[in-house]
Ligand binder design. Structure first.
Ligand code: APR
Length: 255
C-alpha cells in the first residue's frame, strides 16, 4: 500500500462527524442527521444567536450534555489515529471538523479543531476562551472579566472563519498523504483540502467513509465501510508499509 509514500512522509488527516457516529454522536447530513431535525439558520449562525440566543444555547447545551453522558467514548477509529500519530516516523497532523473531544480522549495530540470545541466557552466582552463543560445560558458569567450575558459556545458558525487556517494550509502544502475520514465533503473550506493537498503538494489522497462522498472523484483511492473497521485496518497497513520498507530506500532520503 502507498508504495510511493516516504517512510518519514508527512500526513494530514481530516475527520468529520462520521468518525464519531459509532461512538453514539449524530452526523449532520445523513437521513437521521442533525440538520434533518433543526435548521442551520435557527441554531448555527451569528444571526440566529443575535435573534434568539436562548434557542442557540439550548441546542448546544443538549449536544454538550449528550457528549458528556455516560457511554459516549472514543471508538477504534479514534484510537487508530492516535496510534498512527504515536508510531508513524514522520509528521502527522489531525484536523477535525468535529466539536467533540473524542480525538483527545483517544490520545491524539497534534490536533486542530477547525470548527471549535463544544466544551469551551468564549466571552464576547473580553474574548477569553476557556473550558466550559456545563450548561450555558443568558445569565452565564465570564470567569475572566466577570461580565454576565456575553458567553457563547466556542464553535464556528456558518458565516464565521474556521480556526487555525494558516497552520492547516501550511501542512496541506507540504504533505505527502492526505486522508479524509467520515465527512460528506459538503462544507468549505474543509471540502477543498483534498484539492489543496493534491495540487499544491502533489500528495496522495485517500477517502475513508461509509459511502462515496460528494468529492469522492477527487481522491486517488477510497475505502468504504464503518469507520471503526476501515480506519484501524488502513492505519495497520500504513504502519506495516513503513516498517517493511527496504532500508536502502529510506536511508537515501535521510542522508
Ligand atoms: N463511518 C464512516 N463514515 C460514516 C459513518 C461511519 N460509521 N456514518 C456516517 N458516515 C459518513 C456519511 O456517509 C457522511 O458522508 O460521514 C459523513 C458525515 O457527513 P456530514 O453529516 O455532512 O458531517 P461533516 O462532513 O462532518 O459536516 C461538516 O458541517 O454542519 C457542519 O459544522 C458542521 O463540522 C460539520 C460540517
Amino acid at each position: 500500500m502507498d508504495a510511493t509514500l516516504p517512510q518519514d512522509g508527512r500526513i494530514v488527516i481530516l475527520t468529520g462527524a462520521g468518525i464519531s457516529r459509532e461512538s453514539g454522536l449524530s452526523t449532520f447530513r445523513d437521513a437521521d442527521g442533525i440538520w434533518s431535525k433543526v435548521r442551520i439558520e435557527d441554531v448555527a449562525t451569528p444571526q440566529a444567536f443575535a435573534r434568539d440566543p436562548a434557542r442557540v444555547h439550548e441546542f448546544y447545551n443538549a449536544r454538550r450534555a449528550r457528549l458528556l453522558a455516560g457511554g459516549i467514548a472514543p471508538n477504534p477509529a479514534h484510537r487508530a489515529l492516535a496510534r498512527l500519530e504515536a508510531e508513524w516516523p514522520g509528521e502527522v497532523l489531525l484536523v477535525t471538523q468535529n466539536i467533540d473531544d473524542l480525538h483527545e480522549r483517544a490520545g491524539s495530540r497534534e490536533l486542530v479543531h477547525m470548527h471549535g470545541e463544544i466544551l469551551k466557552g468564549r466571552c464576547a466582552a473580553c474574548d477569553r476562551v476557556g473550558a466550559w463543560p456545563k450548561t450555558m445560558s443568558l445569565e452565564s458569567v465570564c470567569p475572566g472579566c466577570g461580565a454576565a450575558g456575553h458567553m457563547r459556545v466556542h464553535v464556528v458558525w456558518f458565516g464565521e472563519m474556521p480556526f487555525e487556517m494558516e497552520r492547516i494550509y501550511g501542512a496541506l502544502a507540504r504533505c505527502d498523504l492526505f486522508i479524509s475520514i467520515g465527512t460528506s465533503g459538503g462544507v468549505y473550506p474543509a471540502a477543498g483540502f483534498v484539492q489543496e493537498a493534491r495540487f499544491s503538494a502533489g500528495a496522495r489522497t485517500v477517502e475513508l467513509n461509509l459511502e462515496r462522498s460528494h468529492g469522492a472523484d477527487l481522491f486517488d483511492a477510497g475505502r468504504y465501510g464503518p469507520a471503526s473497521e476501515i480506519v484501524p485496518a488502513y492505519v495497520e497497513a500504513l504502519l506495516e508499509s513503513a516498517s517493511v520498507r527496504p532500508r536502502a530506500m529510506t536511508s537515501r532520503r535521510q542522508s
